[in-house]
Design a protein around this ligand. Structure first.
Ligand code: DC
Length: 220
């Protein structure tokens, strides 16, 4: 039986880092669904499709060949967009374009087809609620907005992108508001999810907690 572990939560809660490490530890496939929305936002920006054009964005998403390899690198056709999708402009664009149902519908198949490949750890906003409601373990990662902004500032610094911490806190809060209040597949914690607050935990501690949850709750 295929096993799926879902990790949902807001931007900067640590989903990507721990989901990737957990998948690695378990020897399972990893799927970063935020990267798929980011790839659409990147290409839409390059082609001049605006973030309020639901129809145009839906058509664009359906026409793009977006894939992710087992290491979590994201491709549009044969172009590796893994680095280009990490800018602040793309973060903001991804949160905007992901509110449109045609964009979400076009990406559902990409996400489910990856799951055919075997046991999976996936992360996003609607993994446990919409895409893999049957998952054996559903985690909801949270952290306070300031901690998340500080983590983001560190990432941007490493990429050579200067940033202002207060501005980042405001942007993160704005993305939270957008991701949780949209009509289609909003970010929400359901009763069958285990919440893990990462504010005061190191990556290693979060990983340890998730490994413990897998050992307790996943039949292998
Ligand atoms: O996890 P992330 O920061 O890379 O995600 C970027 C944006 O994509 C996020 O603000 C909302 C959207 N997203 C989504 O709507 N559903 C998902 N499953 C994953 C991401």
């Amino acid at each position: 039986m295929r096993i799926v572990v879902t990790i949902d939560g807001p931007a900067g809660a640590g989903k990507s880092t721990v989901a990737k490490s957990l998948a690695n530890e378990l020897g399972w496939r990893y799927l970063d669904t935020g990267a798929l929305y980011r790839a659409v936002a990147l290409i839409a920006g390059e082609r001049g499709v605006t973030s309020d054009d639901a129809h145009g964005l839906g058509a664009l998403t359906a026409a793009l060949q977006i894939t992710q390899d087992p290491q979590g690198r994201t491709f549009v056709a044969d172009r590796d967009v893994s680095a280009d999708i990490r800018s602040e402009t793309v973060s903001d664009g991804a949160s905007r374009i992901s509110a449109h149902p045609p964009v979400r519908a076009a990406l559902v198949e990409v996400q489910r087809s990856v799951a055919q490949a075997g046991h999976l750890v996936c992360e996003g906003r609607d993994m446990g609620t919409v895409i893999f409601p049957e998952a054996q373990l559903k985690v909801f990662l949270v952290a306070d907005a300031r901690t998340r902004a500080m983590r983001r500032a560190k990432d941007l610094d490493a990429q050579g992108e200067p940033c202002d911490l207060e501005e980042l806190v405001a942007k993160i809060e704005e993305r939270d508001r957008r991701d949780t209040s949209r009509a289609t597949s909003p970010l929400e914690k359901h009763n069958d999810m285990v919440e893990v607050d990462t504010s005061d935990l190191s990556i290693e501690q979060v990983l340890e907690r998730l490994q413990q949850l897998v050992a307790e709750q996943v039949e292998r």
